[in-house]
Write a protein that binds this ligand. Structure first.
Ligand SMILES: [Zn+2]
Length: 234
């Protein structure tokens, strides 16, 4: 029975170490998210500027085509003006030309505006990209350090789980089932020593004398009636 208790205690020790490693591993998530937040926000800003620039450039290309088309049309009307045969035809051609000229002026003004907007956005994008690169460079070493630390804890955890499994398969099936059941229960400990006064070492409930004697004799795995831990003699 003492060997069994020792095996169970070793298992409990490993489970405590595993729980500790799991808790440490969970702490990395918010730390890494916090570190990544400004870079992420900036990346979104850079993406937005890039999209805006692309839209503006498409706009500029569209306006350039419109200007070119109206310029050709204007030329066409000017040629026609030279061939008019009467005042009515001339008036009609001039009316058309005025319309095209007005459209041309409107497009040119818009082209200039959108062109300036595109240049400003382009310059802003440059600046944003520089800032993003700086942010990334600043966060880089800390990010790498955190990733390395996290990996270390994950490796430790994997080793511990492996050792735990090796420890658990050495137990007989009934003892293992009992251990797992108590572990899943409400008590934080699976095993606790019986104190010299005959109390449970976890909840300090004093056991009836007969049960104290049974634990001391160690014939089977006995549990505290109050908190459910498996009692052993230290
Ligand atoms: Zn107890």
């Amino acid at each position: 029975m003492e060997a069994l208790h020792a095996s169970l205690l070793a298992l409990q020790e490993l489970d405590d170490e595993i729980a500790g490693a799991e808790a440490r591993l969970e702490e990395f998530e918010p730390k890494q998210a916090e570190l990544a937040a400004p870079v992420l926000a900036f990346t979104q800003e850079v993406e937005a500027a890039r999209t805006r620039l692309q839209e503006l450039r498409q706009d500029v290309a569209r306006l350039e085509r419109a200007v070119e088309q109206n310029r050709t049309r204007l030329q066409h009307y000017e040629e026609r003006l030279m061939r008019v045969r009467n005042a009515r035809e001339e008036a009609a051609a001039r009316t058309e030309m005025d319309l095209v000229r007005r459209a041309l002026e409107g497009d040119r003004a818009e082209l200039q505006q959108q062109g300036e907007q595109a240049t400003r956005t382009d310059l802003k994008l440059d600046e944003l990209e520089r800032q993003l690169a700086r942010l990334r460079a600043e966060a880089g070493p800390q990010h790498e350090r955190l990733a390395a630390e996290r990996q270390e804890v994950a490796d430790t955890l994997a080793v511990l789980r492996d050792r735990r499994e090796n420890q658990a398969i050495r137990l007989d099936a009934a003892s293992r089932r009992l251990y797992e059941r108590v572990r899943k229960g409400r008590a934080r400990r699976v095993l606790a020593p019986l104190t010299d006064e005959g109390a449970c070492g976890s909840c300090f409930n004093v056991l009836p004398l007969q049960e104290q004697a049974d634990v001391r004799r160690g014939r089977s795995l006995l549990r505290c009636e109050a908190c459910g831990v498996i009692l052993y003699v230290a």
